[in-house]
Ligand binder design. Structure first.
Ligand SMILES: [Zn+2]
Ligand SMILES: [Zn+2]
Length: 186
């Protein structure tokens, strides 16, 4: 099976900014449709299980199933689509599904893409962070950025305006490398 994952590496570098030491992570990854899905999902489930254990939380059957559906989809998925998929399993109560989503959000296993009213799996849930996303408007694939300097710039600018940030998500719309290629070749 062809595995086609575009990764611009994870380069960590530290900058000395006066007293402040900043570590910048740049993790840019678009996942192709025909990658090894089973391996991908197994890995994500194992990571999620471990994270729940470390935080002393229960990864119940419903939480597990909701996370699996969000992750498997590999594209932002709306609550309505999730409910529809869960109905096929015989689980229908929307409030319990929303509670499971809230739990996964709280733990950092998934993020909410507000502009699409949808959810995505987090590629590095170990450290709690605000999400920064590149979202392809053609195929809806996404890549999660985790650039510390973006968060810092937002927080600093907000503070300068006397604004207290509670959370922020950066959503950037555009075309992924594959869709750009398709445009060139078509
Ligand atoms: Zn994340
Ligand atoms: Zn695309």
């Amino acid at each position: 099976m062809k595995c086609y994952i575009i990764t611009k590496g994870r380069s960590s570098y530290e900058k000395n900014l006066g007293e402040k030491r900043m570590i910048e992570h740049h993790d840019l990854k678009f996942i192709d449709e025909d990658h090894d899905r089973q391996r991908c999902i197994n890995q994500a489930m194992a990571n999620a299980e471990q994270l729940c254990q470390r935080r002393g939380q229960r990864f119940t059957a419903l939480r597990r199933r909701v996370f699996e559906l969000v992750w498997c989809h590999h594209k932002p998925i709306g609550a309505y689509d999730l409910l529809e998929k869960l109905q096929r399993d015989g689980r229908t109560a929307p409030p319990t599904v929303y509670r499971a989503l809230d739990f996964l959000l709280e733990l950092g296993l998934i993020h909410r893409i507000t502009s699409l009213n949808a959810y995505v799996g987090c590629s590095h849930p170990e450290d709690l962070h605000d999400g920064q996303f590149l979202i392809c408007t053609a195929c809806r694939s996404y890549a999660e950025l985790n650039v510390e300097s973006i968060s810092t710039a937002i927080d600093d600018s907000a503070r300068d305006s006397g604004f207290a940030v509670q959370r922020h998500t950066v959503e950037i719309m555009g075309l992924c490398p594959r869709c750009q290629d398709k445009q060139v070749t078509s």
